[in-house]
Design a protein around this ligand. Structure first.
Ligand SMILES: Cc1cc2nc3c(=O)[nH]c(=O)nc-3n(C[C@H](O)[C@H](O)[C@H](O)COP(=O)(O)O)c2cc1C
Length: 324
């Protein structure tokens, strides 16, 4: 399948794996890219730019296909060494960067001068338009369903994608709630040039996370995610568990007086323990409503091949036959 996104990134299939903290290591990124999609290493999971350089080198050993690095611009006081990470990305010869979080404008010239394609992930049409205006090559439109940070507008993809299609000139991929061929065909119908998946790619053979994480995804239904940190205007969609219930109870009790320090135990530094050690109740971890559609743990190639085969059949036969 050829779309503006496959052409822009030099990939075979219009399927991207979004950056995921403590999931997006070289093994997963390379597996997605080797399967013809676009894999992504999560930049900030690597503690220093030197660590990221090693991860990029590792990914290059595992694949000769294009892959991306995610750079998430966090609303923190002590900012990570973004210039250092960007230098590493450029020197590592990475050709695609997925930016997310705050406005990437201050760093964009360095990436563009190095010939890097930038896809910015955003949760609203106004942010997507801003990304277009400042020179991003594409956007990833992340609906309210998504795992991670859906923003504060709460617009699901059934509305957000056609709205993006109405306003944007640059190509966009649909992100949030994407799992299978139905997602891809629907995304294309709503004007997207491909789709981005997070949660679905965690439940794959190559995702380098503890088996408990994959099982939790298999066991969960679409009713099992919660929104946390809304009172802090840093809303995150996470898998429900004991820590999340505790966190929500604090939010209800403290109301608008709540501070980040009140919930630090449930959210700070929990990812390694969850993703690497499988300690599933220790804290809040991002997870999309799409868990309700995930029932197996295929290889990335099996997953992507299945999506493409079924999407082709759906377009040619199921939809095509409606016109006969
Ligand atoms: C466990 C997990 C960690 C994530 N970490 C990040 C991150 O560090 N940076 C980022 O830009 N997006 C992050 N995301 C969001 C994904 O890249 C993607 O946009 C999102 O998962 C799409 O929604 P879906 O889960 O419904 O597919 C994360 C998502 C998950 C599930």
């Amino acid at each position: 399948m050829k779309t503006k996104i496959t052409e822009m990134f030099g990939i075979e299939h219009p399927i991207m794996q979004g950056g995921m903290h403590y999931v997006g290591f070289a093994e997963l990124a390379a597996a997605v890219s080797n399967a013809g999609g676009l894999g992504t290493i999560t930049g900030l999971t690597q503690k220093t730019p030197a660590d990221l350089a090693n991860e990029i080198a590792k990914c290059k050993d595992l694949t000769d296909k294009p892959f991306a690095v995610n750079l998430t611009f966090l609303p923190t006081v002590n900012a990570p060494d973004y210039p250092g990470y960007i230098k590493t990305i450029i020197e590592g010869g990475v050709k695609i960067v997925e930016t997310a979080g705050r406005n990437p404008q201050p760093y964009l010239p360095y990436l563009k001068d190095a010939g890097i394609k930038v896809i910015h992930k955003c949760t609203s049409v106004r942010h997507a338009l801003k990304a277009e205006k400042i020179g991003c090559d594409a956007v990833s439109v992340d609906g309210f369903e998504c795992g991670g940070h859906p923003g504060e507008d709460d617009i699901p993809n059934m509305i957000l994608l056609p709205r993006a299609d109405e306003e944007l000139t640059i190509p966009f991929v649909a992100s949030g709630g994407m799992a299978d061929a139905r997602s891809l065909v629907a995304a294309l119908a709503m004007g997207a040039e491909g789709m981005n998946m997070g949660t679905r790619f965690i439940a794959t053979q190559e995702a380098p996370v503890h088996e408990n994480v994959k099982q939790a995804i298999l066991n969960a239904t679409e009713l099992d995610t919660r929104l946390v940190m809304r009172p802090l205007r840093n809303t995150e969609r996470v898998m429900n568990n004991a820590a999340v219930e505790r966190l929500l109870e604090k939010e209800a009790r403290l109301g608008s007086n709540i501070k980040f320090e009140d919930i630090i135990e449930e959210v700070a530094g929990v990812y390694p323990k969850i993703m690497m050690e499988g300690d599933m109740d220790i804290g809040a971890w991002s997870c999309g409503m799409v868990v309700g559609l995930i029932n197996d743990i295929p290889t990335c190639k099996e997953l992507i091949d299945r999506i493409m085969t079924e999407a082709t059949d759906m377009i040619q036969n199921r939809l095509g036959n409606l016109l006969k």
